[in-house]
Design a protein around this ligand. Sequence first.
Ligand code: ADP
Ligand code: K
Ligand code: ZN
Length: 432
Amino acid sequence: MYWDRECETMSREQLEALQLERLKLTIERVYRNVPFYRQRFTEMGIKPSSIRSLEDLRRLPFTTKQDLRDNYPFGLFAVPMSDVVRVHASSGTTGKPTVVGYTQNDIDTWAELIARSLVCAGATKFDVVQNAYGYGLFTGGLGLHFGAERLGATVVPVSGGNTQRQLMLMQDFGTTILTCTPSYALYMAEEGQKMGLDFKKMPLKAGIFGAEPWSERMRRQLEEKLDLMALDIYGLSEIMGPGVAMECAEKQGMHIWEDHFIPEIIDPATGEVLPPREEGELVITTITKEAFPLIRYRTRDITRIDPEPCSCGRTHVRIKRITGRSDDMLIIRGVNVFPSQVESVLLEFGETEPHYLLVVDRKANLDQLEIWVEVAEHMFSDTVRKLEDLEHRLRERIESVLGISARVKLVEPNTIPRSEGKAKRVVDRRQI
Ligand code: ADP
Ligand code: K
Ligand code: ZN
């Protein structure tokens, strides 16, 4: 029922004592090894010895994605590169990604937390885990992979895409646990139906779905169509990757693994810490990471903390479904997309107007991205071939910057509605 009973069910008192001890060590480590933190703390008159209680965490400054960008690629690492055994990266706002690193201990912790998370879904070493999260720089694929191996399950490292083959393997290998984004799971369900598969006759029992926002409505659809228990998993590469928090079978929010992470909820406008149950931006401090510790990292994810004890017996608090972002990041097919990435490509080309719009839709359960870009009047008197050529070049460049496919549509001047104040760059028509 638990992977690590002692850690997952320890009393609040013990857990908080452990957090404080680990927090102090982390603060010492970053103060000693990361010039960025030493300088910040010094500016604010903070020394490692200033941290005497968990409440003292509030005195520390936030860390933001911009700080990661300013220290690209390895500037915030707290160990020498000889101790870093892996890096991952996720998309940044313009071209350059956010890079994170792991020591062997960090990789081991991650595998442990994923194993814990899989056990929340009832997984054992007898399970066949079909891992359809993308492998590569994204944390999803490899993160789930190592944890499922740690558990002793049989991992099928199929990665994302090639749906027909996914469904074939699912039947032939007797997949019992599916791990992927919820939208991809829904797509698989529909494709499977078209192929005449009867999921009720297949041994699938649980789906571990995350990396993008989803809803209770979608949970019902997934559970019905795939005949499994659909659970939510949360994470972000900056903090570790998937497995920072995981839902248990009670389906009342995701236990955030508090022996490794300290969560806070703040008002995104003022930075003020909000009381439990209030909705705001999730801020996370890592307390065991070696290569890439983060102090009060602003995730930009909007949620709230439920401190009520859970009937599963785990004592770690739960975060509720992520309901939005406090920045303009979009998640399309699990991939983070910032409108500013598109803008940087347009600037680089210099052949269009600065007016653009990202239109996101979900067709047949697959996210579609269309990018409208205005071009000057005279362009439309050019040959069709010239326009098509520009569309083609823009599409290729945008796809390589975003890491997902997109359709580019060149439109006439003044087609895209202007707004007073902040420009509206996104129309999101997805219903989740
Ligand atoms: P991953 O590889 O796990 O997608 P990224 O760092 O690329 O990691 O993206 C992390 C972001 O994805 C989070 O900050 C959050 O906005 C989103 N995300 C991850 N899991 C969930 C989830 N279960 N529900 C909603 N959003 C999620
Ligand atoms: K994501
Ligand atoms: Zn629980």
